[in-house]
Design a protein around this ligand. Sequence first.
Ligand SMILES: [Zn+2]
Length: 217
Amino acid sequence: MITFPRQLINGYRAFQTQRLPTEQSRYRELSERGQSPEVMVIGCCDSRVSPEVIFDARPGELFVVRNIANLVPVYAPDGGTHGVSAALEYAVQVLRVKHIVVLGHAQCGGVRAFIDKIEPLSPGDFIGKWMSMFVKPGEVVEQRPQETIQDFATRIEKASVFRSLENLMTFPCIQVLVDRGKLQLHGAYFGVSEGSLFVLDKATREFRSVRESQPSP
Ligand SMILES: [Zn+2]
């Protein structure tokens, strides 16, 4: 017999009795008017890195795409089926989001599979093929001398954010809106053990702790 996970039923009941009463009018309004989130988040599937939890988001506030290692592919109008590109198209052309945040994180299994060069998990090798988009043609990604495997993993986790930001700009509609100042692209990195958030400073290409920075106006 197939049973729906009890954990989810209990979770829904908690939502129904605790959160829903405070959000009911908002849900009704969102139902009638439709969604109009200003922020899109591209995050990892990892169960520890839920954007709605990290950013304490309410219904209708975040338009989220999650995939292995928070990767955005290069713009490729080749007739293929591109899930991330479809979500980007909707977010940018229909919702007119003002911000796209690429959210990387510590202990990313997708990055670890990539740097450990694991054997394919299935004949399709979907993770291997997906992660291969991280490497540009002719580029070599290797552990540096003196670099621990942990530091190497962290470097690649952050590099996945840079790569996605770079690839976002290959989408003509995104490039146009960024150039016009109507869309901003951001990078962020979540430290799982401490629950810490780091935001990319594009000028220095460093991730800065939000705790250390000034409160936003
Ligand atoms: Zn991950």
